[in-house]
Write a protein that binds this ligand. Structure first.
Ligand SMILES: [Cu+2]
Length: 403
């Protein structure tokens, strides 16, 4: 494969670049496969790196980082102090069976299954959540928090703190300007609350018990009501904000996608891809999971030669960063935490931290029938409990080209 480097004239860049513009034409212009593979033109960005450094060191940048640190410390403290006392010495309750979330134990998780929790009736999460329209025009969703036994990999079930019975929970997909109403029913054996991660909504709807609302007790229902605006456009998510060290790795997370209003500049800048996937990266009772499944049971990313592929990556893990690496391609980081970058960044490995979202696109250049792994590059994350080094499991999915 030949790689050419091309210095782009700053003046040309200036006339063609706008902040937040997604340069779809560039990716589409990559030539299809030739003898010996594709010929990529790698653009050397003329943008001065110290521009960003300057921004970070500016008074506003420093203030922003200090605020971020304060919020991080505050939420850590809250998470710790608001967590209900763990039940100990109780071997047959549902909650005592999921206390080994982060420990890399063997397949004991599936042998300590609580008897009163039903098996999940669906195999995959991320399905679009339907809604009804209320008389006031609000899009009304219903979410039910309930425990199910979730099959992370064939023959191994773990206790899941699910929304609507799947891991991840269902995807909420709305348009900027929409009035959202969510009836949230708590069928967990303990309290919970749902946080809308990345949305600029009032603190009373933000889902943090102790600040904007009270915890929703077991068996109770709570109604969230808010409006999403232009600044909320992009890839966001929801997750538990109560006993979160147990409920989030337990599977209480899902995508919250806000599309731009048609005809607006944001719609013009939006990512236009041929195919789209959402991948939640997490761990579940000792298993490393993509969308709640460990390899070989992860769902492949199906592509066709010549397509532009859009992947929404969401870091749902409670404790670990996962550097995701795509074989045989580079990808473009187009947006971070839902917000479009001024310029896409080309990489083949991307560390996804807890809480982050990334929108990446890649050009499916390879021959029909090609298969490439997309996996975490911390190699101990490529094993399932009980596997040896020669076997493959965990955080891998396959990019499979149609024949
Ligand atoms: Cu990893």
């Amino acid at each position: 494969m030949a790689i050419k480097e091309k210095n782009v004239q700053p003046t040309i860049e200036k006339t063609t670049l706008e902040v937040g513009t997604y340069k779809e034409d560039f990716y589409k212009s990559l030539p299809p496969q030739r003898d010996g593979g594709p010929e990529f033109v790698v653009r050397k960005q003329p943008i001065a790196q110290h521009g960003m450094l300057k921004a970070i060191l500016s008074p506003i940048g420093v203030l922003f980082m200090a605020t971020a640190l304060m919020v991080a410390l505050l939420s850590f403290g809250l998470g710790a102090s608001l967590k209900s006392a763990p039940s100990t010495g109780n071997t047959d309750s549902a909650s005592s069976n999921s206390t080994s979330n982060s420990s890399m134990n063997t397949a004991s998780a599936s042998t300590t299954a609580p008897t009163n929790v039903p098996n999940a009736t669906q195999s995959y999460g991320n399905q679009l959540l339907p809604y009804t329209i209320d008389p006031d025009g609000a899009k009304h969703f219903t979410m039910t928090a309930k425990q199910v036994m979730w099959e992370v990999v064939k023959g191994h079930r773990v206790l899941a703190w699910s929304i609507n019975g799947t891991v991840p929970g269902p995807m909420i997909r709305v348009t900027a300007g929409d009035h959202i109403r969510v009836t949230f029913i708590n069928h967990f054996p303990e309290a919970t609350a749902i946080h809308w991660h990345g949305l600029l909504i009032p603190s009373a709807e933000d889902g943090v018990p102790g600040i904007g609302q009270k915890p929703i007790p077991a068996g109770q229902t709570y109604v969230y009501d808010f409006t999403v605006h232009d600044q909320d456009v992009g890839t966001h998510w929801y997750h538990s904000h109560y006993d979160d060290i147990q409920q989030v790795p337990g599977g209480f997370y899902g995508a919250f996608i806000v599309d731009p209003r048609p005809g607006t500049p944001l719609a013009h800048q939006a990512i236009h891809a041929d195919v789209e996937y959402t991948e939640f990266i997490s761990t579940m009772d000792g298993y490393y999971v993509l969308n709640g499944k460990s390899f070989p049971d992860t769902q492949p990313i199906y592509v066709k030669h010549g397509q532009t592929v859009h992947v929404r990556l969401i870091g749902a893990d409670a404790t670990m960063m996962h550097p995701m690496h795509l074989h045989g391609h580079f990808f473009n980081i187009v947006a971070e935490d839902g917000h479009m970058l001024a310029q896409p960044i080309q990489k083949d490995t991307l560390p996804v931290n807890p809480g982050e979202t990334y929108d990446i696109t890649f050009y499916a250049w390879a021959a029909p029938g090609s298969i490439y792994p997309f996996h975490c590059h911390i190699l101990s994350h490529l094993m399932n409990p009980g596997q040896t080094g020669g076997e493959m499991g965990g955080l891998i999915t396959l990019v499979e080209y149609a024949r």
